[in-house]
Design a binder for this molecule. Structure first.
Ligand SMILES: Cc1ncc(COP(=O)(O)O)c(C=O)c1O
Length: 407
């Protein structure tokens, strides 16, 4: 094995077992996937291991879109149903993240949520610094740097060679001018995971709010928003939350004093007051919403999240960890350069390996019927609870065939 993490191999010193032996231990992963696999038609066509980009489309999600369209054919205008769907989604998101539904804003994208939070700050005074990391997805980096036009100064804390964030380094970059810390939970490039509770503790010690981009973890593992203590968390439904494009969410801590200036009528205290002479935002997290909700995507997100909650996020994470470990053992067996830290708590479900030519590597796997994706030279393999041991075996055999394309 040639993994990059210095943490790797420092613990978990169990005797080495063959890949075949280890595969047998993970047979239990098929139990959960066999119950739900039939709901995802794409799994009959390809070995789908690209949930970090887009989750597999479930039959109930497609049916929900049909329901939306059927309603439009039958009744024409459906404001009441739409509002009820939106509120149903708010309740489901609250349940998924163990928080109150008053802490949930439904947005069109994760970017919209980040923009709303940033619009709440006044960077023209002394408190104008934003501290972030080099692990962020471009949308976070770009939105933060856009605030430079409003007086903000952005500092990126560099991650360590193993991809993890050193919290001492983060803390030493703080001073009384820092207005916000913005961090990603699981890095989209290699899957390294940051301890959010630890970040929130450091930030709050200095009186600084924390904004989290959790798009690469939401739906793949249980996340308790209240327990983490972050002030804001954004995510979306397209990946592990089984939805479609056009919908995201923002969680906002109950007592946050921040009021966005990026707004719209659906953020108003009384949406149908039709007020044009004042700004009276909702007192709860709904103040971070904007205009007419992305209703077709709301229907899809409700169906996807219902399904996910039926599986249970604890079960999903258990299965995802098993799949991650199985894939890791297979990659180790092939002596690949694994870019994802290994220790429990230091990675999400995705596992990334260094490639010599990422485009060619992804295409080569695709021609063997394996769907993956790449970023920053890494091929990213991202299973979800609907994957099974057979999928992993197919992946490992295809990577073996394309071994010359990987480091
Ligand atoms: C970590 C992360 N944040 C944000 C985004 C983009 O979110 P959106 O397009 O909903 O703004 C992605 C999409 O891949 C992502 O992986």
């Amino acid at each position: 094995m040639r993994a990059l993490s210095p943490n790797q191999g420092s613990t978990c010193q169990e005797p080495k077992k063959s890949y075949e032996q280890q595969s047998l231990e993970f047979l239990k992963v098929t139990d959960l996937s066999s119950k739900y696999r039939h709901l995802f038609p794409v799994l009959e066509k390809v070995t789908y291991l690209n949930s970090c980009s887009q989750g597999a489309l479930a039959i109930p999600v497609r049916e929900a879109l049909d329901l939306y369209l059927d309603g439009m054919y039958e009744k024409g205008s459906l404001w009441n149903e739409w509002v009820m769907k939106q509120e149903e989604l708010r309740g489901l998101v609250a349940k998924a993240f163990s928080t109150a539904s008053t802490n949930v804003a439904i947005t069109s994208t994760a970017s919209a949520g980040i923009n709303s939070v940033l619009s709440s700050f006044d960077f023209s005074g002394g408190r104008n610094r934003i501290v972030t990391t080099d692990l962020e997805f471009p949308t976070m980096g770009q939105i933060l740097h856009a605030q430079e036009r409003r007086g903000a100064v952005v500092t990126h804390v560099a991650s360590e060679p193993d991809g993890l964030l050193d919290l001492n380094k983060l803390e030493s970059s703080l001073d009384e001018r820092v207005a916000l810390i913005a961090v990603t939970h699981v890095c989209y490039r290699h899957g390294a995971m940051t301890d959010l509770k630890a970040v929130a503790t450091v930030a709050h010690k200095h009186g600084i709010p924390v904004l989290v981009d959790a798009y690469q973890s939401v739906g793949s593992m249980p996340i308790n928003f209240d327990e983490i203590g972050a002030d804001f968390l954004v995510g979306g439904f397209l990946k592990y939350m089984l939805g479609i494009p056009g919908i995201g969410f923002l969680l906002a801590k109950e007592n946050s004093p921040l009021i966005p200036t990026k707004t719209g009528w659906f953020a108003a205290r009384d949406v149908f007051a039709m007020e044009i002479s004042s700004y009276d935002p909702a007192p709860d997290a709904r103040r971070f919403e904007e205009g007419t909700p992305p209703i077709p995507s709301v229907y899809a997100a409700v169906a996807g999240l219902r399904l996910l909650l039926d599986v249970g996020l604890e079960n999903v994470w258990k299965q995802n960890q098993s799949l991650h470990s199985m894939i890791r053992r297979g990659f180790e067996h092939l002596n690949l350069e694994i870019r994802t830290p290994e220790l429990a708590g230091s990675h999400g479900v995705m596992i990334a390996i260094s490639s010599l030519n990422e485009g060619e590597a992804v295409s080569s796997l695709e021609s063997a019927g394996i769907v993956t994706s790449s970023r920053a030279g890494n091929v990213r393999v991202s299973p979800h609870f609907y994957n099974n041991e057979e999928d992993v075996e197919q992946l490992i055999s295809a990577v073996t065939e394309s071994r010359h394309l990987f480091v």
